[in-house]
Design a protein around this ligand. Structure first.
Ligand SMILES: [Fe+2]
Ligand SMILES: [Fe+2]
Length: 251
């Protein structure tokens, strides 16, 4: 709980901080025109029209407005989702481990990974000056209620909650990975390459997606399918996740 409070404080501090676009990283994502000028001034392999003269590293792929908006939404949704994940486990864990103490290491492992994801997205939204979702307090309350209520229903329901959430979140991360891979393919066709920061973000999204799918496996191994009533519970949680994602993309 102490850790969670620290994480939330950190998120709020990031969202309030007036971070100036000083790093080249920021410029390359959110001010591509500025970066093009920088590259034209600083990279001797570029000719006046911005084309590579054939020596040195390939020209960087510059994101268009739609792509920047996609990343903006992705980071906002991911931060909100990881906040929710930490709160779900915080509310579930005491109830689950009280009757099933052997699950303590697993619950801690999953919580620790979610806390790491949340820290990662707090840092990314601060770095790229992405506005956190205005629904933050609503998701905080909803996630805590979801964690508490499924924990109260028992181990199987808590695991069914993880299964439902990770099914939606895993496929959401997958869509983001596929989108960035399509940019990479387009860059290759043009003889360009993705910015190093974007490559790193792609690797981060892939790593987190894999960890979410690992949680999904743990849930199934721990009898999520035995929850009663399984279908309505999982359907409602998955519907809630999809709705929260759609809202957080915009609001
Ligand atoms: Fe996560
Ligand atoms: Fe997760």
């Amino acid at each position: 709980m102490k850790n969670l409070l620290a994480l939330q404080k950190c998120a709020l501090a990031h969202s309030r901080a007036a971070i100036r676009p000083t790093s080249p990283l920021f410029l390359e994502f959110l001010a591509p025109s500025a970066v093009q000028h920088t590259q034209l001034r600083n990279n001797s392999t570029l000719s006046a029209d911005g084309q590579s003269s054939g020596s040195g590293s390939p020209k960087k792929y510059v994101l268009d407005k739609r792509q920047r908006e996609f990343l903006d939404s992705a980071l906002r949704v991911n931060q909100a989702g990881e906040l929710a994940a930490t709160l779900i486990y915080t509310a579930q864990t005491p109830q689950v481990v009280r009757s099933h103490p052997h699950l303590r290491p697993l619950m801690k492992h999953m919580y620790d990974q979610e806390a790491g994801h949340f820290t990662t997205f707090n840092q990314l939204i601060a770095k790229h000056q992405v506005r956190p979702t205005a629904m933050y307090p609503v998701w905080e309350a909803a996630a805590t209620f979801l964690g508490w209520s499924t924990g109260a229903l028992g181990r199987e329901a808590a695991m069914a909650c993880t299964e439902a959430v990770e099914t939606e979140i895993g496929s959401h991360y997958n869509e983001q990975v596929r989108e960035i891979l399509s940019w990479e393919a387009e860059a290759k066709l043009r003889g360009e390459e993705l910015d190093d920061e974007l490559k790193e973000m792609l690797a981060t999204f892939r790593r987190i997606r894999d960890e979410e799918l690992e949680h999904l496996d743990h849930a199934v191994e721990n009898d999520s399918k035995e929850a009663k009533p399984y279908d309505p519970l999982v359907d409602v949680i998955r519907f809630g996740c999809r709705t929260a994602i759609k809202i957080s993309e915009r609001v």
